[in-house]
Write a protein that binds this ligand. Structure first.
Ligand code: UDP
Length: 327
């Protein structure tokens, strides 16, 4: 019998890539999403895999799993019929403008949604994987960030709704592990980019690409000296799948340690798109982290994982996607 996996937030950027890769590996996937920031366009091509195969079955590639989609808000009780091997809890608004516009849904899905997803995993005896974030480190005072760093988060600032929800989610996950003996994993995801990011989600890569492709001003916040470390989506998914198969329960950073300034990434995107855009500077959002870079020693050691896709290679693929979306 094939492995059956529930993914909350399956219609989102990362959730949909995870679903697709796991289906390719032959797993059956049940995707749940309330479509608040997710989009069925990200998963509509997966639905066809659930249809009965043509008769006679064509000789060809590996059998793929079945995909089922359920539109549901996971802050409410999640009912799934039959066995479940893994619950991957990916549902959450994840871009700063989304969680500023949706502060309460962000807190609810991190708190109540994590509780419901953990409850499902416990009821099914499934392994639980939490999508956590480098935001748990806040505006970090340790650089690069190791998993042992406790973070520097402002609980009452505008980003606190996301950071604290994810910190609560990590605490809840560890409580289910320690108290209920649930097999749990926590992945701390650093800035990730690739096809299926929303054109208007406001994050640096989609913002700069859509502005550059329209030859509009590219809006760098602050003086552009703040740093981020960008991971291409396929590298992240590879790390998550290795984590699912691993033995440990401690949080693991998955991110590309190549650190760049936001000014540099803006210039690179302008150059690679052949754009006539110029850079304009806008106020830095409150509590915007000044630096961010993962220490990936733990992922290297425990998962034998490291990123394979170079920044420019990932940007080429992402620009190709945005060319099809930006008008
Ligand atoms: N940023 C920017 N211009 C934009 C969008 C973002 O300069 O149009 C900056 C933002 O202030 C931050 C960095 O780019 O310093 C990364 O922002 P993003 O929203 O992608 O994610 P974050 O890492 O802050 O969660």
């Amino acid at each position: 019998m094939s492995t059956r996996i529930v993914i909350t937030g399956a219609a989102g950027f990362i959730g949909s890539h995870l679903a697709e890769t796991l289906l390719d590996l032959g797993c059956d996937v049940i995707g749940i999403d309330n479509l608040l920031t997710g989009d069925t366009a990200n998963i509509s091509h997966l639905q066809q895999r659930g249809l009965p195969p043509p008769q006679p079955a064509p000789a060809g590639p590996i059998p793929r799993g079945d995909f089922t989609f359920i539109k549901h808000d996971v802050t409410n009780y999640i009912y799934i019929d039959g066995p479940v091997d893994f619950v991957l809890h990916w549902a959450s608004p994840a871009s700063p403008i989304d969680y500023l516009e949706l502060p309460i849904p962000t807190l609810k899905v991190g708190a109540l949604g994590t509780h419901k997803a953990l409850g499902l995993a416990k009821a099914k005896g499934a392994t639980f994987v939490l999508a956590s974030t480098s935001e748990v480190y806040g505006d970090p005072l340790e650089h690069p960030q190791k998993e042992t760093y406790w973070g520097n988060v402002n609980p009452v600032g505008p980003r606190g709704v996301y950071d604290e929800a994810k910190r609560f989610a990590e605490a809840m996950t560890m409580a289910y592990h320690r108290y209920h003996g649930l097999n749990t994993k926590i992945v701390r995801i650093f800035n990730t980019y690739g096809p299926r990011m929303r054109v208007n989600d406001g994050r640096a890569v989609p913002a700069f690409m859509s502005q550059a492709l329209r030859n509009e001003d590219v809006t760098v916040f602050g003086d552009g000296s703040q740093t981020r470390s960008f991971t291409y989506i396929t590298d992240l998914v590879d790390g998550i799948i290795r984590l699912m198969r691993s033995a440990g329960n401690d949080p693991v950073n998955i991110g590309n340690p190549r650190e760049t300034t936001i000014g540099e990434i803006a210039e690179t995107i302008i150059r690679m798109t052949g754009s006539r855009s110029r850079i304009v500077y806008r106020p830095l959002p409150t509590d915007d982290p000044k630096v961010r870079q993962p220490d990936i020693t733990r992922a290297r050691t425990l998962l034998e994982w490291e990123p394979k896709v170079a920044l420019e290679e990932g940007l080429v693929k992402t620009i190709a996607y945005f060319r099809t979306k930006v008008r």
